[in-house]
Design a protein around this ligand. Sequence first.
Ligand code: CU
Length: 204
Amino acid sequence: MDRQIKPAALVLGLCALFAGNSALAHGGMATDAHDADAQVVKEQKDWGIAGDRDQVDRTIEIRMNDQMRFTPDKLQVKVGETIRFVHRNDGQMLHEFVLGTKPELDKHAALMVKFPGMQHDEPYMAHVAPSKNGEIIWTFNQAGEFDFACLIAGHYQAGMVGEISVVGDAEADSMPIVAREPSASPTDSSTRAARAQPREGDTL
Ligand SMILES: [Cu+2]
């Protein structure tokens, strides 16, 4: 767990960002992923950095609904992985997908409640209209426990949030789904038997 309180400067930066954006005309939300790509400014965040389309390791589909839930709402990625998130809004209202640390999302959500019409857009967020898709490409280059959330006023408070564990290689080796080595020969049963031993903390 590495959920540190953000420095005050970062919070002030976030406020300034909102102040700037609120001056823009409303309604121009970046639902077109390709337009968004063209103007991505890569800034290192605690939870990673904007990724490149040609570096994508894996695509993860995230569904959103009006019951204020994401499916799936728990993800594990490896440090260094570039993920293409594809969001599908199954609901009748606008939803968002915003990556961040819990403290940062908490503060951001509070601002969204205070200023519900406020526009915001960053490479780590997608705004997805009803029955539409969204997309972001993000590189998780730092280990830690992070969240994703819909910060539309009321949605975050209703529990529209999920978790992302970004784990190092050693931890990732215990992930049950990955087969990144060539398949073992039939005579290699001793090694496989050893690998098959469950380890404490394994989840299936
Ligand atoms: Cu929502």
